[in-house]
Design a protein around this ligand. Structure first.
Ligand code: URA
Length: 246
């Protein structure tokens, strides 16, 4: 053990075992050792690849290579790895062809399509999902009724209440408008349950079709068909990491 190196909780989180907070719990519960000595101090450090870090006696090896993918989630699939209770189709149908285990960053409703990031980088995923990083998500919604300035102003106002808490102001613009239907683009920095549908319903325009077109500054690749998965480019990975201070 050493004053150099990095915090043990970071080594455990980077290995994809759990979040940094989860790793701190493991340390406090006395389940972590470095070079055979139990560590219960959250300030302890180790040198990855040199010191032997173990959780419950199992080596936290060199961190697994970090993988990042863009997935074009089609409508009709749950964002879950299995649906034991009801046996509905899940995104695992597509993920199982990948050579390594990766997890979705956040979720899209079953009837919603669009960009979903998949990764085994636990720390990156945790930060992207944490509301304090204000990660922007852009949605396109087909809606009932003819949305106008009044609805847009409400969406932008920060006055819409959900579960007793105001929604952060959204960027909102009209993409198309007919007599009794329209299309609206919303940019949210929160990720509350069914947020776009609930905000648009509250503004008087229930959603009929919803798609996420961009996540954390990365647009859905127009060449990626529904169900398609491709590795993120180095530039896209850098964009994601920068967004959350990594
Ligand atoms: N807002 C929704 O209503 N559903 C989603 O899946 C994502 C955002």
């Amino acid at each position: 053990m050493t004053q150099d190196g990095v915090r043990i909780q970071k080594i455990i989180a980077d290995a994809g075992i759990t979040s940094r907070r989860g790793a701190e719990r493991l340390i406090l519960e006395g389940r972590v050792s470095v070079n055979g000595i139990a560590v219960t101090n959250l300030g302890a450090r180790a040198v990855p690849g040199t010191d032997a870090v173990e959780v419950d006696g199992a080596a936290v090896g060199a961190p697994e290579a970090l993988r990042h993918y863009m997935f074009h989630k089609p409508a009709g699939y749950l964002t879950a790895l299995s649906d034991v209770k009801l046996g509905r189709a899940t995104i695992m149908h597509f993920l199982k062809r990948l050579p390594e285990r990766v997890y979705p960053v956040g979720r899209l409703d079953r009837d919603v399509s669009g960009i979903l990031i998949l990764t085994n980088d636990g720390e990156l995923a945790r930060r992207l999902m944490h509301p304090s990083y204000l990660v922007p998500k852009i949605y396109r919604a087909a809606v009932e009724g003819s949305p106008g300035e009044r609805a847009l102003n409400l969406l932008r106002s920060g006055r819409l209440m959900m579960d007793g808490k105001p929604c952060a102001p959204a960027e909102a613009r009209i993409i198309a408008r007919g007599e009794d239907r329209g299309s609206v683009e919303l940019t949210l920095t929160e990720g509350r349950h069914r947020q776009v549908k609930r905000m648009l319903s509250a503004a008087g325009h229930p959603v009929t079709v919803l798609k996420r077109r961009s996540y954390a500054g990365i647009p859905l690749d127009p060449d990626l068909p529904p169900g398609g998965i491709r590795p993120l480019t180095a530039l896209e990975i850098r964009t994601l990491r920068r967004k959350v201070g990594l």
